[in-house]
Design a protein around this ligand. Structure first.
Ligand code: FES
Length: 110
């Protein structure tokens, strides 16, 4: 498919779990927040460190480096560490597969 790729099966992500996916030079963080799946650029909007080393509690993702907190539903920050939001990516659940769409970041998989 052009501009999208299957990146995971939902069984790989337990409830309130996170998974790091590497696709074509991008690191994508997939989270399962209370049964709802979201995808983000793995770089924290504060200083770019990997969000994968953070912690997910319900719908709140805390970066493990300077403890910026984000609402994964909206991507918006929840404390004053940064005013920048998470870079959310389009993710669709199709059956048991998670499909990610790349056009909005200008990337098309080979
Ligand atoms: S890099 Fe994430 S809070 Fe600073």
């Amino acid at each position: 498919m052009n501009g999208c790729i299957e990146i995971a099966h939902i069984g790989e992500l337990p409830k309130n779990g996170m998974k790091l996916i590497k696709v074509g030079g991008f690191e994508i963080l997939i989270v399962n927040a209370d049964g709802v799946f979201y995808a983000f650029d793995n770089r924290c909007p504060h200083m770019g460190y990997p969000l994968f080393f953070g912690r997910l509690e319900g719908h709140m993702l805390t970066c493990g480096f300077h403890y910026a907190k984000f609402d994964v539903k909206s991507g918006k920050p929840l404390n004053k560490v940064t005013e920048k939001s998470l870079r959310k990516m389009s993710l669709k659940k199709t059956g048991s597969s998670l499909i990610i769409y790349f056009p909005h970041i200008g990337y098309k998989p080979p």
